[in-house]
Design a protein around this ligand. Structure first.
Ligand code: T5A
Length: 219
């Protein structure tokens, strides 16, 4: 039996991590009541494998990082290829084996992040990104993508409270607005796969929206 790949997407501070944990708890409880319960795992890109954890460090460390200080700068195409390398490894090591065992996988970011950040944000050619995504995934698409749509300023206000910011978060406001525009255009282009969640609402309300979609979609 094949499992399900459910991806959470959105800009920084959309609440993906928060919502994925709550969704995992809720889904696990629902599955426990069934005769053949599926197990639910949470994973992420970049960083869902041991190699990915190293790549994540390279991709997200700010300018103060000792490792990055050894490089002049990360070129946009290098950045793109590192995200693709992380994804290829993640699929072989984590996604495919768990899908084959019938798991429900909740994944923090996937191919749409590459379109939104490297395509719309960095302005790398979208056809090239599509080809690279195909090569990295071998055609494995999400079964459902939940786009947590939050206003850019609100997302940034939430992450600012952490007091630290990673290399991507340090990009300027116009970059983050292009990324947001990218997610909006993807949701319009693929309505059968991408469902919009109003993530400006409070945590509980956002979780209710997610549960109501998954109840219809999974059960
Ligand atoms: N990237 C990734 C690419 O450029 N290309 C790619 O192909 C891929 C895969 C990954 C970075 O890599 C980039 C995108 C990213 O820049 P990340 O850590 O996975 O980095 O992603 P971030 O979005 O940076 O993670 P964040 O932690 O910033 O955002 P989340 O997970 O969406 O938000 P969360 O849940 O941690 O919440 C942030 C804060 O807001 C509060 C939480 O308590 C927390 O303090 N909060 C709320 N407050 C009020 N109301 C709500 N509804 C709230 N929900 C959460």
């Amino acid at each position: 039996m094949r499992g399900k790949l459910i991806v959470f997407e959105g800009i920084e501070g959309a609440g993906k991590t928060t919502q994925m944990q709550q969704t995992q708890d809720w889904l696990s409880r629902k599955e426990q009541g069934k005769t053949s319960p599926r197990y639910v795992i949470v994973t992420r890109e970049p960083g869902g494998t041991a190699l990915g954890t190293e790549l994540r460090q390279l991709l997200l460390a700010g300018g103060q990082s000792r490792q990055l200080a050894n490089y002049s700068s990360l070129h946009d195409r290098t950045e793109l290829l590192l995200y693709a390398a992380d994804r290829a490894q993640h699929i072989e090591e984590v996604l495919k084996p768990h899908l084959e065992q019938g798991a429900i996988i909740l994944c923090d970011r996937y191919t749409d992040s590459t379109f939104a950040y490297q395509g719309y944000g960095r302005r790398i050619n979208l056809n090239f990104i599509d080809q690279l995504n195909q090569a990295a995934t071998g055609g494995l698409e999400s079964d459902l993508t939940l786009w947590l749509d939050v206003e850019v300023e609100m997302g940034q206000a939430r992450t600012r409270k952490r007091g630290t910011s990673d290399r991507m978060e340090q990009a300027d406001l116009a970059f983050h607005q292009r990324v947001q525009q990218g997610f909006a255009e993807l949701a319009t282009a693929y309505p059968q796969r991408i469902v919009r969640i109003d993530a400006n609402a409070g945590e509980n309300e956002v979780q209710q929206q997610i549960q109501s979609i998954l109840l219809k979609w999974l059960f």
